[in-house]
Ligand binder design. Structure first.
Ligand SMILES: NC(=O)c1ccc[n+]([C@@H]2O[C@H](COP(=O)([O-])OP(=O)(O)OC[C@H]3O[C@@H](n4cnc5c(N)ncnc54)[C@H](OP(=O)(O)O)[C@@H]3O)[C@@H](O)[C@H]2O)c1
Length: 311
């Protein structure tokens, strides 16, 4: 199968597009023929070798953790899906690094899959799993309730776009941070208060917040705008021992857990037109395409998701 691989850690010049073996299916997996995938910051962090303490990958490595395509083969134990189903998923991260989604086929455990909403394209579907699941699960980890005030950092990013919409769906008052050119955009997603982070810090504008979702590693700032008893989760930084042990606020790190059940929840909201999907740009699965896609994501200024078309 065609796949984009890296043979060592490094810059975007490490990418090759070549033929490699298709994944071998386990009993509880399906084989998805990918139509599209998307870029997430974890992809370029992994490419740079920053995740070596977490994963013992063996080269060549296939990156990518957003799957959108059709099922073409089933493991013996798979019961809830059939060949031909149009699905999307954030698969488990392969311990040896061979089963990424920058490839024509990815093996996915049945419990990580959901049916693709009928009202969106495969490119749009590829924008959802990793970023959408992270947004949903972090809001749950924060125990966000109707009427509460939440700051969602990075409102125009992959995670932020879903988090704003879901937090509004849960009845919260939402503040967010963006560059000035994204102010109207995040308001259109439902943000109530928008801070241009180039002009103001969050501590100059906000106080007494119930919850903070930190996507930009502003841990001190986030904690200081919380009220007593408030909750903070970071998906972008590392907490100090003192921060973790604060007694008057709940300070947490968050890490998404791939889940077909949670993805089905998002699929339903998309089908009901309650969740918008925002695509920044789209590239083909060629060497030039994959390099441009990662380069775009690495600017830290994509508005929504960067997509790679595979088929
Ligand atoms: N732990 C986990 O499970 C998990 C899961 C997903 C993501 N993450 C991490 O979460 C972070 C965000 O991911 P993502 O996919 O949302 O990234 P992304 O899509 O690349 O974010 C890009 C957005 O960030 C905004 N931005 C850049 N610097 C900012 C700042 N200082 N303040 C506010 N906004 C800023 C930009 O908005 P403007 O152009 O308007 O400036 C841009 O729209 C990454 O570090 C990623 O690795 C962790």
């Amino acid at each position: 199968m065609k796949a984009s691989i890296i043979k060592k850690y490094g810059d975007i010049d490490q990418f090759e597009v070549t033929d490699i073996d298709k994944p071998v299916l386990k009993k509880d997996e399906v084989l998805v023929q990918n139509v599209a995938t998307s870029i997430n910051p974890i992809d370029y962090k992994a490419r740079q070798g920053l995740l070596q303490s977490m994963f013992d990958w063996q080269f060549p490595v296939v990156l990518g953790w957003d799957v959108a395509g059709k099922i073409v083969a089933l493991g013996d134990q798979v019961t809830n899906f059939k060949i031909g189903d149009e699905v999307f998923a954030r698969p488990d991260i392969d311990p040896v690094g061979h089963n990424g989604s920058y490839a024509e086929y990815t093996a996915v455990k049945e419990d990580k899959l959901a049916l693709k909403p009928g009202n969106i394209s495969f490119e749009e579907a590829a924008a959802v799993p990793l970023a959408g699941l992270t947004a949903l699960q972090m809001l749950r980890q924060l125990n966000l309730a109707a009427g509460q005030k939440i700051l969602i950092q990075g409102g125009a990013g992959g995670v932020g776009i879903f988090a704003i919409q879901l937090a509004k769906m849960f009845g919260a008052v939402v503040a967010t941070t963006t560059s000035e050119n994204n102010t109207e955009f995040v308001k259109s997603l439902g943000a109530d208060i928008v801070i241009d982070y180039h002009k103001n810090t969050i501590t100059e504008v906000l106080s007494d917040y119930d919850a903070v979702l930190d996507t930009v590693n502003d841990i001190e700032g986030g904690i200081s705008i919380l009220k007593t008893g408030g909750s903070f989760v970071t998906i972008a930084g590392t907490l100090t021992k003192e921060q973790k042990e604060m007694s008057d606020k709940h300070i947490m790190t968050g890490w998404l857990q791939p889940s077909g059940k949670d993805l089905s929840f998002l699929a339903k909201e998309i089908e009901n037109n309650n969740l918008k999907i925002v695509i920044d740009s789209s590239y083909p699965l060629t060497i030039a395409g994959i390099k441009s896609a990662q380069k775009r994501s690495e600017t830290h200024h994509a508005r929504g998701k960067v997509i790679v078309k595979i088929k």
